[in-house]
Write a protein that binds this ligand. Structure first.
Ligand code: SAM
Ligand code: SF4
Length: 472
């Protein structure tokens, strides 16, 4: 083993987080140890996102810093992967002389070979080939002792939809689903390393398997639900047009499937939805929300909204505000519309000015803030099953000081709300709750989290949506 170090910088979505882990594991096989220190690294990989212009700007400002670093460290290898790499290819290499490697979204499995070539010949490489991919390669599973409670698992890649604002189909390619056996194997291995919760990732999980004659997404969920030792299943993202009754029913029928769905609506105006090519109406969206709540009363619903899509009138925006008031989302990601190269909306007329978009975004976020807080406050006084992620970083925070000696832990409810909770008593310090499901009485609700105290560290109940105990 050599003692060289790898630093991976991730920008963007959960899928990039997953890809970055795969990058680290593939380069570990070459002897690279992952480090959290950029200064210590011999190889630096930036895994990029290009969904919005802001994320892309971050990549170039970071690359500028790295150029300066390389002047003093000649052997340093710098690579750019992910969506910006796929989109820009050779252009980034020309723009950034210190850069050694540009690799696309489907080149991760080839990365060890590319790094070896660069090391041996000090050449510069661009690999943004997408044609070869007819199957998703087998994922690697960490063998580290540092087990995590919750992990992402990519079940498909690419997207066959064509939302007019979106660059994903161009940089992630056609939709391909991973074979169910491969997904099952990965989750089973993760469970053996201590993982208790998985979040299945895809741009449109509802269409899992459809163009390849595999299981449907609901069938896949049913099989994963049977995995011994796994406590919770989550998934993202579900496209409203493809959300059918079998998946809605799964929230009632599958005991490990958490009652939370991220269902991006993007706009509350039918005129804007049409121009976005989302292929559902506001009425159809609201109908699905009602069905979800009729089937699973406690379900939490979160969403994405784009503000200031070209041609969005004040009346259109008001319709979005009305929809938010009607649904009362548990949480919302709201984005300023951003022109992306190759996305069809670039060519649409009637672009809105930056101040108008910013003002609308602020109004929307303020509206949502009330609902988020209200939803959290509604849980005050209740007992929640919380899957513990680990010790909270806020050991010295105020609630602790009030409550005397003890430890503060953090975890999530089945509805994906963050709960910081307190354990006191004589043996509080000796209990490791990481990975355990505990019962927590909620004492306080804030805008982004809940606070409570443990009432039961060994709940015996199973089947109560995510409750079931596992030794950490
Ligand atoms: N596949 C998912 C779906 O259909 O909802 C989401 C994919 S995208 C990576 C995540 C979110 O980014 C979208 O839901 C959308 O709200 C936002 N987004 C995508 N393109 C955008 C753009 N050009 N400008 C602003 N926001 C954008
Ligand atoms: Fe983009 Fe639409 Fe595909 Fe989501 S479904 S990745 S928004 S094209």
């Amino acid at each position: 083993m050599n003692s060289e170090y790898l630093y991976v910088h991730t920008i963007g979505c959960q899928m990039n987080v997953y890809d970055s882990e795969q990058i680290a594991m593939r380069l570990a096989a070459l002897g690279y140890e992952q480090t959290a220190s950029m200064a210590k690294a011999d190889v630096i990989i930036i895994n990029t996102c290009t969904v919005r212009a802001k994320a892309e700007q971050k990549v170039f400002s970071l690359l500028g810093r790295l150029e300066r670093m390389k002047r003093d460290k000649k052997h340093l290898i710098i690579g750019v992967g992910g969506c910006v790499a796929q989109q820009e290819g050779e252009k980034i290499l020309n723009r950034m002389p210190a850069l050694d490697l540009v690799f696309g979204t489907q080149a991760i499995e080839r990365l060890p070979r590319l790094i070896q070539q660069i090391k041996a010949r000090r050449c510069r490489i661009v690999d943004v080939d997408m044609d070869a991919a007819t199957q998703i390669p087998e994922s690697l599973v960490a063998r580290s002792n540092e087990s995590q409670v919750s992990k992402f698992v990519t079940i498909m890649r690419g997207c066959d939809n064509h939302c007019t604002y979106c660059v994903v189909p161009f940089v992630r390619g056609r939709e391909i689903s991973r074979k169910p056996e491969s997904i099952m194997r990965e989750i089973q291995s993760l469970v053996q390393t201590g993982v208790r919760e998985v979040t299945l990732l895809g741009q449109n999980v509802n269409s899992y398997g459809k163009n390849q004659n595999l299981y449907t997404f609901t069938e896949l969920l049913s099989r994963i639900n049977e995995i011994e030792g796994l406590s919770r299943i989550r998934f993202t993202t579900s496209h409203p047009k493809d959300l059918e009754s079998d998946l809605i029913l799964a929230f009632r029928n599958l005991d490990k499937l958490c009652p939370h769905i991220h269902l991006p609506v993007q706009s509350g105006s039918n005129r804007v939805l049409r121009r976005m090519n989302r292929q559902y109406t506001r009425e159809q969206y609201l109908d699905k929300v009602n069905k979800l709540r009729d089937t699973c009363a406690q379900i939490a619903i979160t969403s994405d909204i784009i503000v200031g899509f070209p041609g969005e009138s004040q009346a259109d925006f008001n319709q979005t505000l009305e929809l938010v008031k009607t649904v009362e989302f548990d949480g919302l990601f709201a984005f300023q519309y951003s022109d992306r190269p190759r996305a069809p909306s670039v060519k649409l007329p009637d672009k809105l000015s930056e101040p108008v978009i910013r003002k609308r975004l602020q109004i929307l976020l303020e509206l949502q803030e009330n609902f988020t807080r209200r939803k959290n406050m509604a849980l005050v006084g209740s007992d929640q099953p919380v899957l513990t992620d680990g010790l909270s970083k806020k050991q010295a925070s105020e609630p602790l000081a009030e409550m005397g000696p003890g430890l503060q832990w953090t975890g999530r409810t089945p509805t994906n709300k963050i709960v910081n909770f307190y354990v006191d008593g004589p043996d509080a310090d000796s209990k490791n709750l990481t990975g355990k499901l505990v019962g927590v009485h909620i004492d306080r609700g804030f805008s982004h989290s809940l606070f409570g105290r443990v009432i039961n560290t060994e709940p015996s109940v199973r089947g109560l949506k995510g409750v079931g105990n596992h030794a950490a």
